[in-house]
Design a protein. Structure first.
Length: 572
């Protein structure tokens, strides 16, 4: 089935729009940066930046970039949270170079990701601040790449922008999360970016009266586009805090929404769960979320239980379930593909043909100008309403392809359905889902699906059954995958973070086996208990199931215990 309409054209580049705003409303507030939520009354708690100050800073950095690199060169951005990161990104647009936002290489996983991005993008320069420059230069993946400490550039260096982008020019490279493989550089054009932001603002009914509060990492599509560029372009007051602060203290997000009267904020599903887990009566009593009208939940499968738990836990803080707005998007589509109208809440539908009473949460209708089609991944024929298949997308927000990978670009971005070969081209998302009465429901990733006795099972359902079974298992920190046994049969394995000792492993394993049998109709072959914060994840917080499987097979897990299934446990 196919739902949606085709696009309206756009023209000018993002840099022109930003310069025009700085000229029209120079004293308007562009951003407020929360530098320390622990003491909101302390000096330096927040740093405000006007449109004029941001434009001046961006022009100064653009002049520094033009003296070091050529138009079209890639510049790797490795700044921590703060004003300098935003100014450096805009400077790349002003200088006519291609920004490559990336997570700073502060951890082994971060360093490996940066090394992979450097190999792919071949940046002419990396930019960061003075405090980080020496450390980053010693990172193996950055050896030989010149560095620039942007905070050493004086604002007196501001000059006129060096170039004006056209609609088809590259705005930046958005590297994918790498949840199912190495990160790839998605080519985001000015036209695609501006159209997708216009579609989001229209669907969410955003106005200058809104106020956004965001802790999302600025080097990912949702944090960069929804958290920074959209409010900047639409004249929306935006409050930005550090993603690290959120991970240390999730409730700081809700406290910032309370303090600043936020009306609009977005986060992945796991963030809502973290807030529920960390909530205490004392801190919840001080929250006022009554102004928060649009709570976007995206970037991973949205769980009905999460929606219900969050709404129930914070009802006394003025929050209600209909404000949760599930959305669907991916880097290859710039950002957003679908979302519901504000105030309609999360809709659910039963998933036919699966064991138990599994339901999936709807992620709304396709945004303006975008078409969604559900296609059988094996026959490439369009599926009827209510039937599951691969999600295909076309529209002005679909990116131009993968940087330097023509074969992968042709495979992913140029698909045509077998029953309608004259339509397209479509983006093959790699996600499974279905359309029902115009609403899109996402069911999982094709590469992650576990097939037992010819039936599809989704790892996120198995993982939730496991970590919900025992309080010593950490929610959202498990990876389910299949392996082949010695007899050729499929074995189901779950790797899960565990707050406990080896003595308790057998009881935990038994509880997990019962839960998987009850909830999923499957026999869990083995539960591997590992230490906190060691399950492989992307920098966006998604589970890297393929990496977990490889580590399991080759002894790369930080294990506490392996618990085989009790004899006779479960089904399958």
């Amino acid at each position: 089935m196919s739902i949606g309409s085709m696009p309206r054209p756009l023209a000018a580049g993002l840099d022109t729009l930003l310069r025009d705003r700085a000229q029209r409303t120079p004293e308007a507030l562009a951003f407020r940066f929360v530098l320390d939520s622990r003491d909101p009354d302390a000096p330096g708690h927040t740093e405000a930046m006007t449109c004029a100050a941001l434009d001046t800073r961006a022009r100064s950095l653009a002049a520094a970039l033009r003296s070091r690199v050529r138009p079209g060169d890639r510049v790797l951005l490795l700044h921590p949270h703060g004003p300098e990161y935003v100014a450096a990104f805009l400077a790349c647009l002003y200088a006519g170079v291609v920004a490559v936002p990336a997570n700073p290489p502060d951890t082994p996983a971060g360093a490996a990701r940066v090394a992979a991005i450097v190999r792919d993008a071949r940046p002419a320069l990396f930019a960061t601040d003075t405090a980080q420059l020496t450390d980053h230069r010693s990172s193996p993946g950055l050896r030989g790449v010149p560095g620039l400490a942007t905070d050493t550039v004086d604002d007196d260096a501001a000059t006129a922008p060096g170039s004006t982008a056209t609609a088809g020019d590259i705005a930046f490279l958005q590297y994918t999360s790498g949840s199912t493989g190495d990160p790839r550089g998605v080519v985001v054009t000015h036209a695609g970016l501006l159209d997708n932001m216009a579609a989001m603002a229209d669907r969410f009914r955003l106005t200058p009266d809104d106020r956004q509060v965001s802790w999302l990492p600025p080097y990912h599509d949702m944090g960069l586009i929804l958290g920074i560029l959209l409010p900047l372009c639409r004249g929306i007051d935006a409050v930005l805090s550090s993603p690290f602060e959120f991970m240390v203290d999730p409730l700081s997000w809700l406290e910032n929404l309370t303090r600043f009267g936020g009306t609009f904020s977005a986060a992945p599903n796991f963030a809502y769960d973290l807030c529920v887990r960390k909530a205490t009566p004392e801190r919840t009593a001080a929250l006022d979320l009554s102004a928060w009208r649009l709570a976007v939940n995206g970037a991973e499968p949205v769980r009905r239980a999460t929606v219900e738990r969050f709404a129930g836990r914070f009802a006394r803080s003025g929050f209600s379930a209909e404000r949760i707005t599930p959305g669907y998007g991916l880097a290859e589509a710039t950002l957003m593909v679908s979302g519901p109208d504000p105030g309609t809440g999360a809709r659910v539908t039963p998933l036919p043909g699966h064991t138990g009473s599994r339901v999936v949460v709807g992620v709304g209708r396709a945004v303006a100008g975008t078409e969604v089609r559900i296609v059988a991944p094996d026959t490439l024929r369009t599926r009827p309403d209510g039937a599951e298949g691969e999600i295909w997308v076309r529209g002005p927000g679909v990116a131009a392809g993968y940087w330097g990978r023509p074969d992968a670009t042709a495979t992913t971005f140029a698909a045509r359905p077998a029953d309608a070969p004259d339509t397209g081209p479509y983006l093959r998302t790699g996600d499974l889902g279905l359309l029902r009465d115009g609403e899109l429901y996402v069911t999982g990733r094709i590469k992650d699906v576990i097939i037992v006795h010819g039936r599809n099972h989704y790892p996120q359902d198995i993982e939730e059954a496991v970590w919900s079974a025992e309080p010593r298992l950490r929610p959202g920190c498990a990876a389910a995958f299949d392996t082949e046994g010695g007899d050729g049969a499929t074995r189901l394995v779950v790797v899960a973070e565990y707050d406990g000792t080896p003595d308790g492993a057998a009881a935990v394993g038994a509880a997990a086996c019962r839960a998987v049998a009850r909830e999923c109709g499957l026999r869990l072959s083995e539960l591997v208990l590992i230490r906190r914060r060691t399950v492989p994840k992307t920098s966006a917080g998604k589970i890297r199931r393929g990496t977990a499987k490889d580590a399991y097979l080759h002894g790369g897990l930080d294990e506490i215990a392996r618990v085989p299934a009790p004899v006779g446990a479960g089904r399958g």
